[in-house]
Design a protein around this ligand. Structure first.
Ligand SMILES: Cc1ncc(COP(=O)(O)O)c(C=O)c1O
Length: 289
């Protein structure tokens, strides 16, 4: 295997990936006890930086990890890391675990410093708002079997990983999840929007979904720069099936159009006009967040 010499950040230092070492007693490794973020950057320009870091701080506060850096300090860390890795189209992965203890014990330990790790990875060029060229997503659906704290961007992703793999095994790109009442929650690694009769709908924020930065930016952009009717409401899987359009949103995908659900076409089975309009507005405004 090739050695990975990308530059990463670990606990205050920049170093080649293959020199970054973490204790096997790190609670991130043993318990998945940590919070993470992925922030996209195009030619050195970050998208949604402060929204991502605010969500991270909220997650750390929620699970009692004490780590305080100002937004400026985080920004400097991100910019240094991006510059050291060539400033192409990069995702910046930031991971804060509760740190390395001297034993394995569930309770939060005293006096342990958090482990802070960040690396970059190449991402696709930004999505272009053109029906002819965009990747068309196919999805399946299943009951959401994750935990009841999906608002926390936890590094314990086994529930998401297993759902995503169900999609892969079914030969599709993502998987839509619904609760026991048949209400759409989100996808394994994305939020979900639907369009019906020209109106845009997405599930409301609660403990069943992650408050996606892309979701929040898109809602803000559509409400401020379009006349579209945009609603955060409970959506049944029956409504998803009957939708004219379905979109997935995430930092790396922006708005991804879904054309097939469980082998059946969404709408006319083609990428929709509202997707193109919304993605265009998103592309035009995303660097302001
Ligand atoms: C479960 C889940 N929902 C939604 C999202 C989208 O979040 P964001 O737009 O902040 O990338 C992600 C992103 O990774 C995710 O893992």
């Amino acid at each position: 295997m090739d050695m990975n010499t990308d530059v990463v950040y670990l606990n205050g230092e920049f170093m080649p990936m293959d020199q970054a070492k973490i204790s096997p007693l790190d609670r991130g490794f043993l318990f998945g006890d940590g919070i993470y973020e992925v922030v996209p950057s195009y030619a050195g320009k970050l998208v949604g930086f402060s929204l991502h870091l605010e969500r991270m701080q909220k997650g750390l506060d929620t699970i009692g990890i004490k780590l305080f850096k100002t937004l400026d300090e985080w920004r400097e860390l991100f910019e240094t890391l991006i510059n050291k890795n060539g400033a192409g189209n990069l995702g910046v992965y930031l991971h804060v675990s509760r740190g390395a203890d001297v034993k394995r014990f569930h309770a939060y330990p005293e006096g342990v410093s958090p482990t802070v790790f960040a690396f970059t990875f190449e991402i696709a060029a930004a999505t272009v708002a053109d029906k002819k060229f965009v990747k068309k997503f196919k999805v399946t659906s299943t009951e959401d079997l994750r935990w009841k704290r999906c608002q926390i961007k936890s590094t314990s992703l086994l529930g998401n990983v297993m759902h995503f793999q169900q999609g892969v095994d079914a030969g599709v790109n993502e998987i839509l999840l619904h609760n026991t009442k048949g209400h759409l929650t989100e996808a394994a690694a994305c939020n979900v929007f639907i369009v019906k009769d020209g109106k845009v709908f997405t599930p409301p924020l609660d403990n069943q979904i992650l408050a996606g930065v892309t979701r929040n930016m898109l809602l803000d952009i559509l409400r401020n720069y379009s006349d579209l009717d945009v609603q955060e409401v409970v959506i049944t899987m029956e409504q998803v099936k009957q939708a004219d359009e379905v979109w997935l949103t995430s930092s790396s995908k922006e708005l991804a159009p879904v054309v097939e659900l469980n082998g059946q076409p969404i709408g006319d089975g083609e990428v929709g006009a509202v997707w193109e309009f919304a993605q265009r507005l998103f592309s035009a405004n995303k660097f302001f967040y």
